[in-house]
Design a protein around this ligand. Structure first.
Ligand code: GLV
Ligand code: MG
Length: 345
């Protein structure tokens, strides 16, 4: 049985004190499986210990006629599987305006609540959705005699949810984190993409044609460099700020082009560098990408240690390899060291 300490460790040593303390267990990859799919379900026991989070998905990608089979499948898998200390069990329930969400929560909390770490709630619009889930969880936990609170994770995938992201993050002490849901969010915003996450070749910036290219060169027809831009930069940055303000964890969501491992790694890395702690994995190949990307590199850890040592009592400024280090760069290094410690614990 996990202790309360595992769930309420501080967010980051040396970082500004979080408003609240949230579970600090690694969750670099949230690995999705469909519990109604026997082939996928059979693989679950073999993934225990190799992934940080196993998530039984009941929502989108599960056919309407399989919703009940998926729910029951998750109950059966949870009962039959020893999850050990490394791997958490999460679920994504159906959306709160669907015919299934109430039954999802009632069945899962009363039947496997002691094994369930986090409930992911899709299409969250505002604090009221989190309040509803929070109160329902409280009732169901009391009914089931659970002593450990089940935590809540919201998916940010509507324009309204995006506009309310700060209040969603602070809506309940159960809030564990937020994931970007790029596919639903794109549709709700009426973006012109058709993919599940990732970029678009048409979203680009071209070098300005007005620069002086020399005598006789037409700037409009001259070759100009073109750079594809990150469609999700604003959204991720805003989500990260809201999560940091409330001391909870931000995640990039799904990357649907399983074969494009290079672009997946780039998207995950951009999210990591901006402050995200993990992403969803939809295929085993993405588990390895997430593990690599969301763990600080040995080089970064070694550099952070050098800065920490050079900074002594943590005040003032020093020069290291020609660069100025001070209290603020030390704080950034401590974030990396704290993450490295947490992952090696
Ligand atoms: C995930 O649920 C998404 O909509 O991207
Ligand atoms: Mg979605």
């Amino acid at each position: 049985m996990r202790s309360a300490k595992d769930f309420f460790a501080p967010l980051a040593v040396g970082a500004p004190a979080p408003v609240r303390e949230v579970p600090a267990r690694p969750s670099r990859m949230i690995h999705f499986f469909d519990p109604s799919n026997p082939k996928m379900a059979a693989k679950v026991p073999g993934m225990v210990g190799t992934v940080d989070v196993l998530l039984g998905n009941l929502e989108d990608a599960v056919k309407a006629e399989s919703k009940e089979a998926a729910r029951q499948g998750l109950v059966d898998i949870a009962r039959a599987t020893d999850l050990g200390e490394q791997t958490q069990l999460w679920t994504r329930i159906n959306s709160l305006d669907s015919p299934w969400a109430l039954d999802d929560l009632t069945t899962l909390v009363t039947q496997i609540g002691e094994k369930l770490d986090v409930v992911m709630v899709p299409k969250v619009q505002g604090a009221e959705d989190i309040h509803y889930v929070d109160r329902l969880l409280a009732q169901l936990e009391a009914k089931a005699g659970l002593t450990r609170p089940i935590l809540v994770h919201a998916i940010l995938e509507t324009a309204r949810g995006m506009a309310n992201v700060e209040e969603i993050c602070g809506a309940s002490p159960r809030m564990q984190g937020i994931s970007l849901g790029p596919a639903d969010l794109a549709a709700d915003r009426r973006m012109k993409t058709t993919r599940v996450g990732g970029g678009h070749p048409g979203y680009l910036v071209r070098e300005d044609p007005s620069r002086d290219l020399g005598e006789g060169v037409d700037p409009v027809t001259a070759p100009r460099s073109v750079h594809q831009q990150d469609l999700w930069h604003y959204t991720i940055a805003r989500m990260v700020d809201a999560c940091a303000m409330h001391g909870i964890f931000p995640y990039y969501g799904p990357f649907g082009d399983i074969k494009d491992v290079v672009a997946c790694e780039d998207q995950f890395r951009n999210a990591f560098l901006l402050g995200c702690v993990g992403a969803w994995s939809l295929h085993p190949v993405q588990v390895d990408i997430a593990k690599r990307v969301f763990s600080p590199s040995a080089e970064d850890v070694a550099h952070a240690r050098r800065v920490k040592e050079a900074m002594g009592d943590g005040t003032g400024a020093v020069m290291l390899d020609g660069k100025m280090e001070d209290d603020a760069s030390l704080k950034q290094c401590l974030v990396i060291l704290e993450l490295a410690d947490r992952l090696s614990a």
